[in-house]
Write a protein that binds this ligand. Structure first.
Ligand code: CTP
Length: 410
């Protein structure tokens, strides 16, 4: 019940993603928030106010002139809400909000907002990249609004592009990061690698893998919410930057290696959640490879970033966390990895659970014990991992003894 006691207005614009607002309202309520819904007239063509009345137990506000509200409902809701989240925020709604209109219930409520205002855009990718929308979004951000997404993915007409509304659970995570602060990791600096790497073959093609980056990004946003100073070194992903987190892009294993090696000494905790390619093509062809009867690729080893940081002895972070994806003999292989890569904690995933999805099943393995966790959301797993990191940070005696820790300073 992480949003317990928070008052949130969910405001719907008229877009096809309005159906996702139903799940958003449920998710916010599941986390303990009290939710009221305000809809534009257009939104009611996509989803019925009755649905929200049923979910929240309060009528959805659609009309400033309706008889059922005593007093000024927009003033009352603007004052009541700790946050107003506009989802979906259509091109038209964004334009009207930017120009300061207040001619319907949603815009009038926005105009009276006391708390944070979040826009969650959803539209065709050409509407999103339209100069008018981009300039409106910049204006809203300058005025202090927060913009979540959009993400790149399938759009209503089947095209793939940037314009898809963020998923309800991710929106709720972002709201939580902003509205709920826990300080148990405050003062800790955490570096996280996330996502896949792309190893180029020629100017067009690359070798990659199916990692979505969601696990690493979930750890980042939860660590930020818990007060840590967080940087992600990120492979190519289609995920929005979590609120308050610095993202350093890295495409290939070698770029990721360079980004981590030049930074890791500034961090107390390094968590390697990236699915780094073990190999890259020996040659990067300058021109597109032409097809032939067959093609033989020669691959060479990439640097092992985790092992290299683990081997740094004195400069290594206080807590070093690695991931392992195993198809067999999970615990034994992961424990072997813990020792071989000199990590303090290995998050071992079963290959069958997790890759690319929203949930994961993992076993946490450190020098002392192996803890098998049930299937859970990546966000919940992120918090379990961070709980363990905090314990290791606070109890150095639980970390494996290393030569470097016993060396006399010279
Ligand atoms: N890792 C890394 N650099 C690499 C490869 C992996 O930093 N070049 C990190 C990953 O981010 C992950 C951990 O190492 O935290 C485990 O990766 P994995 O590929 O499972 O380890 P390997 O030793 O390559 O496993 P295996 O020997 O089973 O291939």
């Amino acid at each position: 019940m992480s949003l317990q006691g928070k008052c949130i207005v969910v405001g719907l614009g008229g877009g096809i993603a309005a159906f996702k607002a139903v799940e958003l309202v449920r998710e916010l309520m599941r986390r303990g928030a009290e939710v009221r819904v305000v809809m534009t007239e257009a939104a009611t063509h996509f989803v019925g106010p009755i649905t929200f009345a049923g979910l929240t137990g309060r009528p959805a506000v659609t009309d400033l002139w309706a008889q059922d509200y005593a007093g000024e409902v927009h003033v009352e809701l603007g004052e009541w809400a700790d946050a107003i989240v506009i989802a979906p925020a259509t091109m038209n709604l964004i334009a009207r909000a930017t120009s300061g209109q207040a001619n319907d219930a949603l815009l009038a409520t926005l105009a009276c907002a006391r708390g944070d205002v979040f826009f969650v855009p959803s539209m065709h990718h050409r509407m999103w990249s339209h100069q008018a929308t981009q300039s409106n979004i910049r204006t809203l951000i300058d005025r202090g609004a927060l913009v979540l997404g959009p993400i790149t993915g399938p759009l209503a007409n089947g095209e793939i592009g940037e314009g898809r509304m963020m998923e309800p659970e991710d929106i709720a995570d972002e709201l939580e990061s902003r509205l709920v602060h826990s300080d148990d990791l405050s003062g800790s600096r955490i570096l996280i690698t996330a996502g896949p790497t792309h190893e180029d073959l020629d100017p067009i093609r690359f070798l990659g893998n199916r990692s979505s980056g969601r696990m690493g990004y979930a750890i980042a946003s939860q660590a930020q919410r818990r007060g840590a100073d967080v940087t992600i070194v990120s492979g190519p992903v289609h995920l929005p930057t979590p609120f308050g987190v610095e993202v350093v892009p890295a495409r290939s294993a070698r770029e990721m290696h360079a980004a981590v090696m030049s930074r890791f000494e500034q961090f107390d905790v390094v968590i390697m959640a990236a699915a780094v390619a073990d190999y890259r093509p020996e040659r990067l062809e300058a021109q597109k490879i032409k097809k032939d009867e067959s093609l033989k690729l020669e691959l060479v080893r990439n640097p092992d970033i985790l092992a290299e940081v683990g081997a740094k002895r004195a400069q290594r972070p206080s807590v070093l966390v690695g991931f392992a994806l195993e198809t067999e003999d999970l615990e034994r292989s992961a424990r072997h990895k813990l020792v071989r890569k000199a990590a303090d904690l290995i998050v071992a995933n079963e290959a069958s659970a997790g890759l690319g999805g929203d949930t994961n099943r993992a076993t946490l393995i450190d020098a002392a014990a192996a803890t098998r966790l049930p299937q859970m959301t990546k966000r919940a797993l992120a918090n379990q991992i961070l709980d363990r990191v905090r314990t290791l940070l606070n109890n150095p005696s639980q970390r494996p003894r290393r030569e470097a820790e016993h060396e006399a300073p010279n």
